[in-house]
Design a protein around this ligand. Structure first.
Ligand code: HGY
Ligand code: MN
Ligand code: MN
Ligand code: MN
Length: 412
């Protein structure tokens, strides 16, 4: 088969259209898992999958699959799976996750249009709740799919808004009939924007992702005493807000001092009673710790625990923690990584091996199949932000590399 390329206009048009679905009254893109706007995105994706002539399958956690199983392939043949997610964070960019799902669909449509005859089915999936903003943990749909979380426990998850995931999936019509894991992939490939600064800084258009860092999410609750902001001497305060602030600066100072890839983020914080002239009686915040090395990540978690104990004593507050997610670092399949490098070279494109700083569904599917990821540059390294941007040429180049690797992995 000659060197075939994806239909750039179709892929870019769908990316832009999906990026316009789920904007709130202020124009922010917000398609939180199992929400009404998530439903709008899902419905549009299913339209496209049907239009491509794919069989649609939805599992009990709402993962959506488009299946291309040409005649003559033994039904028992395990599929090559492509995919990512289309749920978003709050005030998201339009490429995170959506690019991998729509490029996977584009690759299948291009192969079908060019009479490619795959030796195995090719499936594109959109996994539920990759972002984990409304329901923790993140990568939940692919975690359940790969057997890392019991389906009924996942469906019972209470969201940050008090909703129940299973009820919401029913409500939006995406509580499907299939058992998660009903299709065991022969291999899994995920195309994604880098969401970091490396490829752009080095002027390299393609990332052949060989591993993905570990992730630790915790919720920390600090309880002190409300008191009068004007009359209470500092020495008499049990200030939950101050204690939280000390933890946040501890995390940053430790990450800088460690001189390692360790990163720490406090993304959510709430004070009670949250009044300008009341010393906070309670502070609730999240801690996101990441490191490519499991031993270092464990050491960072232990250091945080020790510091929380110290702060509890020094500030005379009580501190409790709740684990929200914990994923170990994952190494991807070196053979597929090599195919990605070869495909890039075959298109005259430079590539470089790299680690993923972000979590991805690939991290979960690696539990049940050989996996690798392809990255394209993020301008300014920006993501989880409406300024997220990747030039069209890079988006198309990434999709063509995905196309070439898929052809290679499904030719006999
Ligand atoms: O948190 C992550 O890295 C992913 O975007 N859910
Ligand atoms: Mn993503
Ligand atoms: Mn994301
Ligand atoms: Mn991700």
């Amino acid at each position: 088969m000659s060197s075939v390329s994806v239909n750039a206009d179709r892929l870019l048009g769908r990316l832009r259209e999906l990026g316009s679905i789920g904007r709130d009254e202020t124009g922010r893109l917000v398609r939180l898992a199992a929400s009404d706007t998530d439903k709008l995105g899902r419905d549009r994706l299913v339209d496209w999958l049907k239009g491509a002539g794919l069989e649609i399958a939805i599992d009990r956690i709402g993962n959506v699959f488009g299946i291309w199983a040409p005649q003559g392939i033994d039904a028992a043949t395990s599929p090559l799976m492509l995919g990512s997610h289309i749920d978003t964070v709050i005030n998201a960019g339009m490429f995170d996750g959506c690019y991998g799902v729509l490029a996977g669909l584009e690759v299948i449509e291009t192969l079908k249009a060019n009479d490619f005859d795959p030796a195995r089915p090719i499936v594109v999936g959109a996994f539920t709740n990759e972002e984990g903003v409304r329901y923790a943990p993140d990568m939940m749909g692919s975690l359940v799919y790969s057997g890392g979380l019991d389906i009924d426990a996942a469906l019972a998850t209470i969201g940050t808004d008090g909703s129940v995931l299973g009820e919401e999936l029913e409500r939006i019509g995406y509580a499907g009939p299939h058992e998660p894991g009903f299709l065991q992939p022969h291999a899994y490939l995920e195309l994604h924007i880098e969401q970091g600064p490396v490829l752009e800084r080095e002027g390299v258009p393609t990332g052949a992702v060989e591993n993905l860092q570990g992730i630790s999410w915790q919720k920390v609750t600090i309880k002190g005493d409300a008191n009068h902001a004007g009359t209470t001497p500092v020495s008499m305060r049990r200030d939950a807000g101050l204690a939280a602030a000390r933890v946040i600066t501890f995390l940053r100072e430790r990450a800088i001092a460690s001189n390692t890839p360790t990163v720490a983020t406090v993304g959510c914080i709430e004070f009670e009673p949250n009044a300008i002239n009341v010393i906070p009686s309670k502070a609730t915040f999240t801690v996101d710790l990441r490191d490519p090395d499991e031993e270092r990540l464990l050491a960072e978690e232990a250091a945080l625990t020790a510091y929380l104990d110290r702060i509890a004593a020094e500030e005379q507050v009580t501190i409790s923690t709740e684990r929200l997610a914990r994923f170990q670092p994952v190494t991807f399949d070196s053979g597929i990584v090599a195919e990605i490098e070869a495909a890039a070279a075959g298109r005259g494109l430079r590539s470089r091996r790299m680690t993923s700083g972000a979590g991805h569904d690939a991290q979960m599917i690696a539990r049940i199949a050989p996996v690798a990821m392809i990255f394209v540059p993020s301008i300014g390294g920006i993501s989880h932000n409406p300024k997220e941007f990747t030039p069209d040429a890079d988006l198309i180049a990434g999709a063509n590399i995905l196309l070439d690797v898929v052809r290679k992995l499904t030719t006999s």
